[in-house]
Design a protein around this ligand. Sequence first.
Ligand code: ADP
Ligand code: MN
Length: 327
Amino acid sequence: MSSSISTIPLASQVGGHAGVLTSEDGSLLIKPASPPEHQFYQSLNTNPAFDALRPFVPKFLGTLKLEGQVDETNQGLDPGSGIAVKQLPEAHQKDEWSSMSHGHFLVLENLLHHFIRPNILDIKLGTVLYDEDSSAEKVARMEKTARNTTSLETGVRLTGFQVYDNATNEAVNTPKSYGKSIKPSDLSEGIARFFPALSVYNTQGLPPKLLVPVLKGLREDIAEIREAFASVDLRMVGGSLLIVYEGDLAKAEDGAKWMLEEEDEEGEDDDDDDDEKLKRGPPYTVKLIDFAHTRFVPGQGPDEGVLKGFDTVQSLLDGRLKEVESA
Ligand code: ADP
Ligand code: MN
C-alpha cells in the first residue's frame, strides 16, 4: 500500500548537499541518504549498544521511497513505508544525491520545527575526514584538507551558519568557505560571530541576558553528548554537531523563562499545547547529525578525533560565555 506526502525544500540549510526537504507542516525532515546512513539509523533504533546516544540524534521516523525510482535489488534495505514523495523538486531527479540514495529517503525529526527564527551552526567533528574504503588519492586529499583547516589540530571545522538580524528580520549567512579558511586561533572569533550579543552597536543575535542561558544550556547538553559518545565504539567521518538557538526575541525570552520554571518545578508535566508551533521549551537545541560515513567498530573504543572536537567546542563555549558575562 502506498500513500503520499507533500514536501517543500528546507528553508534554512547551512551545510551539506543542497536538497534537504521537509514535510509541509515543517515537522519532518526528509533527506536522500546513502545505504550506510540508513543502516546507521536502523541500528541506532534497535541496538542496545546505542541506547546512550539515541537521545542526542534527531528522532528517526522511517524511510521513504521515491515511487517509480527504486532499484529493488538495492543493498537489502528495509523497504520502509513505501510512501511516495510528492512534489519532489526537479533538481532531485538527476542530482548526485538521487543517484547515491537510489531514491531512498530518511525521515527524521526536523530540529528547526519549533523555532521561529532559527540561528543555526553546523560544526563538522573529527580529525579524520576519509572513510576506511577511500582510495589512496582521496585519503591523501582529505589528510591535506584536515591539515590545512582547523580539523586536524582541534577536531572541529565550522561548516556554515546563519544568524538573524533583528533590524532587517533576515538571516545572515556565513558560507563554509569562512570555516575552511580560518586558523585554530580564529575559532573563538567564529563562535562569537555565531553568538553575537545584541547591543546598540550590533543588530544581530540575542541580548546578553538571553545569550547567557543559551550558552550555559548548550554547554551542559554538549557535555552530556560527549559522555554518551565516549561510550560507543563508532568512527564518525564527516558528521556534525548541529546547534540551533532561537533568534526571535519574544520567543527566546519565553524560552529562558521556561528554563527558570523548569529549575523550580522539576518533573512537573506542562499542559499540552494545541498549537505545536507555540510549544514551550528551551530556546536552543543541539544534536549529532550526518552519519553517511559512520561505522560501528565493536571493541575498538570511541572516536578520539571526535572527542577532541567536543572538547574544543566546550572550551569555545566557555570562552564565549566569559566574554558575554564580562562585557
Ligand atoms: P550532508 O551529507 O549533505 O552533509 P547533512 O545530514 O549534514 O547532509 O545535512 C545537511 C544540512 O541539512 C545540515 O547542515 C543542516 O543544515 C540540515 N539538516 C540536516 N539534518 C537536519 C535535521 N534533522 N533538522 C534540521 N536540519 C537538518
Ligand atoms: Mn553534513
